[in-house]
Design a protein around this ligand. Structure first.
Ligand code: BEZ
Length: 254
């Protein structure tokens, strides 16, 4: 269907040029403060690095991801660790975990209410939910420039797969699912993109919907890079205008 795309994931590109996803997620791991023998679900585990770190600290971590390709790679990297394919809106768990951790995943789930209910079901009463996702106005500069270029080329607006809530919006979603939100931060985190063609590489991996129906993708990416260079390219590096929403919530005992 014109204007629609299904996001695809390339685990090699993810680990190679986008290794920052797991590396910059360290803050969310600190906020989780998982204890040895706690049962922790890493929702959107990608290729498994956080599960491996948690297991090394004695935490009983399990990783799930919606992408079969990512899970296949996680199993190759860490053959002894438990991984599975699962949809955040329909997690196959009830009353099982002391904590659910999620880094750079939930901005891909537009039905945030369904995901919050599913996470609540997976947790034990009193269990905690610690997450980081793109927040309001995340990558607004890149998205606006790409949409403007599409418009100039006569291509219709893209159908965004992204969900970038404000603190208030997301707190409401979590409270409706039975959580008490104790901490929330929304902050700029300009993120370096590797390589001279860093912006184009990022667009091919993460901005696939912005390329749908574009007649000449390479020319589009060249033009986009030219236009954004002044704003987003400094000292030889591309910087994506990421804004993070970091949150800590507890499942209210019923
Ligand atoms: C992020 O904020 O991590 C993100 C958002 C959309 C696409 C890719 C990454």
């Amino acid at each position: 269907m014109p204007g629609m795309t299904t996001q695809t994931w390339d685990p090699t590109l993810y680990d190679g040029k986008h290794g920052f996803v797991a590396a910059l997620g360290a803050g969310v791991l600190d906020l989780l403060a998982a204890q040895p023998r706690e049962r922790v679900l890493d929702l959107g585990c990608g290729t498994g690095d956080h599960v491996a770190q948690l297991r090394a600290a004695g935490v009983e971590a399990i990783g799930v991801d919606a992408s079969a390709e990512m899970i296949e790679r996680a199993r190759e990297k860490f053959p002894d660790l438990p991984f599975g394919v699962a949809d955040a809106r329909e997690l196959p768990y009830a009353d099982e975990f002391d904590a659910v951790l999620s880094n750079a995943t939930l901005h891909w789930v537009r039905d945030a209410a369904a995901a919050a209910r599913s996470i609540a079901r997976a947790l034990r009463p009193g269990g905690r939910f610690v997450a980081e996702l793109g927040g309001a106005r995340n990558i607004a500069t890149i998205a606006a420039a790409a949409e403007a270029l599409r418009d100039e080329l006569g291509v219709s607006p893209s159908a965004s797969p992204w969900y970038f809530p404000t603190i208030a919006e997301y707190a409401r979603v979590l409270e409706d699912a039975g959580f008490e939100v104790s901490h929330a931060w929304l902050f700029d985190r300009p993120t370096p993109l590797e390589g001279d063609d860093g912006l184009a590489t990022w667009m091919r991996m993460f901005g696939q919907h912005l390329l749908v129906d574009v007649p000449d993708t390479e020319a589009f990416l060249d033009q986009l890079s030219d236009r954004l260079r002044t704003q987003l390219h400094h000292d030889g590096t591309w910087w994506a205008d990421y804004r993070r929403l970091r949150i800590r919530a507890t499942l209210t005992p019923s």
